[in-house]
Ligand binder design. Structure first.
Ligand SMILES: Cc1ncc(COP(=O)(O)O)c(C=O)c1O
Length: 413
């Protein structure tokens, strides 16, 4: 990182930052003007709020997520007892881990997965077991096999949580398919019926609204008709602005009180002013217009990244990458003998060329043997179109400058 930061011409395809140019400056300014323009509302917004969050925004979240799931209002079963606002979804992930998990418990995640969450789990001392992914997301047959093995070992009661970033995952860009969504829900229902053990699914939908093609898939939460098994984590960071640092949970009713007690001890409520500004942004329609705009912007960036990869790496065997239909990430695999690790010749060469990526091994835990070291996460969130094109060109130069890669990959030209 030091080398990287000392080079002002470095192109970062590493950071998970959102697109800077499209941040909604005017929209937020207008919303703040409205909030502060009414003396009564201004004072409310500048006062403490509740631990749970600003009620109109809680109501909007219920309505919004239900609309995404195409649940007609007469079939709506959620109430304010199912929703809480947090300081970004990251706080929620942390609080839930503290609340639900004890040392030695088992959490199942996708492999690879959101590495910041892995470090939260490491902090709690849980045993992280992983399930591989393919183009349909988490491999649910593998999940079944894993759960059967755990049950045979008499450890099923220790499995507390299955964590999935099921839309345009960070770090792979992959999405859990409709059939696998059903299967995942069936798996936890089956265990609840047969073993009277409740496994929760933490559905991290951080990138859900950044969808550039394909149909809107129903959330796991909406498929869980018992309402007992899914905690849905959402955020305003990706579809609007991380600076407002506001996330939310939709969760089974019995989890609300313990979560609020814990959150109360942490902060007795997230940034109340942000919540008032957000309420204005969602009710004025500025939020949905912004999401539409972002979809166009990120789609173009994704297309440019995929075209550039095709142009510069398309003729190499042993090199592949995902084709995300949304989100901000592409997951790239190099030949197996071309490590991308922090101390690898390839990363050094990439830094020398002036491009940075996230080494793929950060996304893995080594429960299934040594983590793969030949993958990387490429982000098209904050880089400009020109930087994306140039960044991938530099990445290919780095690839060519490492002797091992030249031997490993056969040019198809
Ligand atoms: C998958 C995933 N979940 C949660 C978060 C946390 O985001 P925030 O706390 O800004 O809502 C991120 C941020 O990058 C993420 O990628």
């Amino acid at each position: 990182m030091e080398v990287a930061l000392s080079n002002p011409k470095l192109i970062s395809l590493a950071a998970g930052f959102v697109d800077t140019d499209s941040l909604p400056v005017e929209e937020v300014k207008a919303a703040i003007d409205v909030v502060l323009g009414h003396p009564q509302q201004a004072k409310l917004a500048l006062q403490y709020g509740t631990t749970q969050g600003h009620p109109p925004l809680l109501d909007w979240i219920i309505q919004h997520v239900s609309q995404l799931d195409r649940i007609p209002s007469e079939k709506q079963t959620l109430s304010r007892k199912n929703v809480v606002l947090t300081t970004g979804s990251q706080q929620l992930l942390y609080l839930l881990s503290e609340m639900l998990l004890d040392t030695g418990d088992i959490v199942i995640t996708e492999s690879p997965s959101y590495f910041v969450y892995h470090s939260v789990l490491a902090g709690v001392g849980v045993n992280v077991l992983t399930v591989p992914m393919d183009n349909q997301g988490m491999d649910t047959s593998e999940l079944r096999r894993l759960l059967e093995r755990i049950e045979r070992a008499g450890e099923l009661h220790r499995v507390k949580l299955i964590y999935t970033v099921d839309y345009f995952q960070n770090p792979t860009g992959l999405t859990l398919s409709a059939a696998r969504r059903q299967e995942l829900i069936e798996i936890v229902h089956h265990i609840a019926q047969n073993s009277q053990h409740r496994i929760l699914i933490l559905e991290d939908a951080a990138y859900r609204e950044l969808r550039y093609e394909g149909e809107e898939l129903p959330s796991l939460r909406s498929l869980d008709h018992t309402g007992q098994h899914v905690i849905y984590a959402g955020t305003f960071s990706k579809p609007l602005s991380p600076g407002l640092k506001t996330g939310y949970a939709i969760l089974p009713e019995d989890l609300l009180e313990p979560l609020l007690r814990l959150k109360g001890n942490h902060d007795f409520g997230s940034n109340h002013f942000s919540q008032h500004v957000l309420t204005q942004l969602v009710t004025s329609g500025a939020y949905s217009q912004h999401v539409e705009k972002l979809r166009t912007i990120y789609k173009e960036k994704r297309d440019v990244l995929l075209q550039s990869l095709e142009e510069h790496f398309g003729n190499l065997s042993g090199v592949s990458w995902t084709q995300p239909r949304g989100g901000m990430f592409v997951w790239m695999s190099l030949p197996i003998d071309m490590p991308t690790s922090p101390d690898s010749p390839f990363l050094k060469a990439a830094l020398k060329e002036g491009v940075l990526y996230i080494p793929g091994e950060f996304g893995h835990v080594s429960d299934r043997g040594p983590a793969p070291t030949h993958e990387m996460r490429l982000s098209f969130g904050s880089a400009t179109l020109e930087q994306i094109r140039e960044g991938i060109r530099r990445l290919r130069q780095a690839f060519d400058s490492v002797p091992c890669g030249q031997q490993a990959a056969t040019s198809l030209n």
